[in-house]
Design a protein around this ligand. Sequence first.
Ligand code: ACM
Length: 554
Amino acid sequence: MKNPLLCLLAALLFAQSVFSQSRYVILPKPAQLTEQSGQYTLPAKPVISVEATDSQARSIAQLLADQLNKSSGYSPNITTTKAKNGITFARAKGAGLGAEGYTLTVTPANITITAEKPSGFFYGVQSLLQLMPPAVFSPSKVGGVSWTVPCCTIKDQPRYAWRGSMLDAGRHFMPVPFLKKYIDLLALHKMNTFHWHLTDDQGWRIEIKKYPKLTQIGSVRKQTMAGRYADNKYDGKPYGGFYTQDQVREVVNYAQSRYVTVVPEIEMPGHAMGVLSAYPELGSNPDKIVEVATKWGVMEDVLFPREETFQFLENVLTEVMALFPGRYIHIGGDECPKTQWRQSRFCQELMKKEGLKDEHELQSYFIRRIDKFITSKGRRMIGWDEILEGGLSPNATVMSWRGIAGGIAAARQNHDVVMSPSTYYYLDYYQVDSKTQTVPIAIGGFLPLETVYSFDPSVSDSLTADQARHVLGVQGNVWTEYIATPEYAEYMAFPRLIAVAETGWTPQAGRNFEDFKARLNWHKKRLDYMKVNYFGAPINSTFTYQMPKATAAK
Ligand code: ACM
């Protein structure tokens, strides 16, 4: 373009398109957003009004006020009288917004959020913050910002009720402050479920008062694999860590105030070497010395379906249910080798007695017993899709991870399912091609952002409309074999988890990857203020935690 005027015009058009695009950048994308001209300017003394009897709305208003105060230095006042020029929270009864829906109306004069339930207000606030300048996410005061909100009307509600992420604290312990940050990031993206993987072969990480050896012995491994599995090298350093029950309550309460439900996972009957190191009598042989695993993978030592084991598990689950008030208790159920059961006279006799034709049915017997116990306490059991093998327990919800087949099979049996296929939602997989680029070590598999975004959880080709109603939603999983630190967990989870969030929230017809990418680009400014080490973040080089050694994949 030689003509300087044309150049100027092009530059102006580009600037305008970036500006107008950045005026309404909300992730996940709302179901309906009508842009309007004009803007609301936050007054120096913002007023947020809530209904006098609405204590939950008040708590959410307080979260908004706190964030505005931190970033702008303004001191919002929360009142119960409707304010001119203010931000108003109003309950909208029977407006068809559902449990998590909201409307957000921004005019030059005021802002109104309506919702039927508190979670709707909470999500209205998340959208409102994303309509403000990115600096609103700063943990400290930012000067020179014009605190404006572009006018619009939003009517929004989620596509799916379960929008979650699993974080594996078993392979690597994740400290409580990081869990809170992770929960904040879930909430920012309107995700409502934090699946906390608390026990595994490589460590038991939750205090159980009745069984202190679980954490005294089961939470510590002698050493950890260093580098790739195939190298079979170890760091020679003991590794441990667990959450006290007080810390668990702290995390659960924190999550609750952000409308995130915490789902604990207690693995059984496999992935149990943490338990067996402390209580070997629950496995194949009470005299067998089982150590907390130092290797990754699937282990042969598993829990045995003895009465003592069920008693133990019921006692553990009783303490777990007292700590986690949510509806779902995850019992793992994945990757349980059957070798020891096959070789055990006890197991073979039990199978005969119970009329079980193979070890898969024995696993099903195991899970059914646990299901019955959890159901008797008014909760719901959820497990990985292996719980389908040998017959699905009557009240089980299935988390489909080995692709989508398990989810489809369960929905066809009228069981609820959460879609979490490794092929789309395993955020421990490489996000760039490790064959051509040198990146920190990951567990294998290649899962770029676009692939994550491309998943349609409805699997509508395979289910009738009635069956499709059993798809509760979506979940992105962060397994931590190769993810030793919070920073690295952020690097692997983000931005891919935001793509998961949008697949779970936004109607399929409203989604487009190019549009998502453009919004994400702007959104990264917010993540920068929150010091999120997303893949490609400019703050990468400033980490205090050590990143795993960078190696190209073999
Ligand atoms: C799993 O990835 N083993 C559920």
